[in-house]
Design a protein around this ligand. Structure first.
Ligand code: CO8
Length: 278
């Protein structure tokens, strides 16, 4: 290596950084239709190295194509962190060229492209990339020990994996400016009041509550769930008229599904629907 070449962090290829199971194991046994994905790098507060994110994207993509998986819960191992951000040691040695040429931020697009509903179960720190990852999920269940923030400004940079966009859409410009420009963290209660999280629960009930919510989603008609998620996502990107047109087309299309006939027949026959996912 010459003096002009940047030092590159050595990728850790020996350790599995992501665990996943389908069905997830809940307090009462297997949770049908629900996968549990766990970020497991506790010694670094589950910091998101590039290799870890690659493993995560691969696991999510695999689950996304599995018809048995109808909702995903994403959590961090241990009690201290969902993820304390991108791996700062790895980021410290990057240059504009390595960041652009290596294309490793593309992983974030792969995570965002997952069609199956994703619920983040957050205990402890969800900072920087960790907060961005939680926001890339569709709902956040927060333990009352959770802390959310975008502290990148304190490292001399700014959010780079969606924070300026998703946080602003989630909590509004005035509050996003406060959090991103000062780098301060907020607790679960404040995050709930701002609309960032779906629900706050006692810390040791976080995973159970997330699995329960995921099970309720997984019990619905699969194609309708995916279509509804896609339409809600469009609300963040499209002008109202285009969003309404998208919603109407999706609504009409669902009338071509067997689940629409089954759901409406089950209602009139006063019985539970049996979803076929087609
Ligand atoms: N990266 C690497 N290592 C970390 C990180 C991190 N983000 N966070 C914690 N660790 C490590 C510590 O270095 C320490 O390791 P060691 O024992 O070897 O020294 C171990 O985890 C435990 O951490 P602390 O001893 O610091 O624990 P404390 O309880 O004292 O503090 C804090 C906890 C407050 C969370 C503190 O660890 C901290 O401030 N961490 C950094 C938080 C942060 O700034 N996050 C943002 C990172 S930048 C970012 O996310 C940009 C995203 C851009 C896109 C993503 C691309 C991949």
């Amino acid at each position: 290596m010459t003096d002009t070449q940047p030092v590159r962090a050595t990728p850790d290829t020996t350790q599995r950084l992501i665990r996943h199971e389908l069905p997830a194991t809940g307090g009462d046994g297997p949770v049908e239709g629900v996968a549990l994905v766990t970020i497991d790098r506790q010694e670094a507060l589950n910091a998101l190295s590039f290799d870890l994110l690659d493993e995560l994207a691969a696991a999510l993509e695999q689950l996304d194509t599995d018809p048995a998986c109808r909702a995903i819960v994403l959590t961090g191992a241990g009690t201290r962190a969902f993820a304390a951000g991108a791996d700062i040691r790895e980021l410290a040695v990057q240059t504009p060229v390595t960041l652009a040429a290596d294309g490793r931020f593309n992983t974030w697009d792969r995570i965002w492209a997952v069609r199956t509903p994703m619920i983040a179960a957050v205990r402890g720190f969800a900072l920087g990339g960790g907060c961005e990852l939680a926001m890339a999920c569709d709902m956040i269940i927060a333990g009352d020990d959770a802390q959310f923030g975008q502290p990148e400004i304190r490292l001399g940079v700014m959010p780079g994996a969606g924070g300026t966009q998703r946080l602003t859409r989630a909590i509004g410009k005035a509050r996003a400016m406060d959090l991103i420009l000062t780098g301060r963290s907020i607790g679960a209660g404040e995050a709930e009041a701002m609309g960032l999280v779906t629900k706050v629960v006692p810390a040791d009930e976080t995973l159970g509550a997330a699995l329960e919510l995921a099970a309720r989603v997984a019990a619905q008609a699969p194609i309708a769930v995916i279509a509804a998620k896609e339409a809600i996502r469009r609300a963040e990107e499209l002008p109202l008229s285009a969003g309404l047109a998208f919603e109407r087309r999706s609504f009409f299309l669902l009338f071509g599904s067997e689940d629409q006939s089954e759901g409406m027949a089950a209602f009139t026959e006063k019985r539970p629907a049996r979803w076929l996912g087609r």
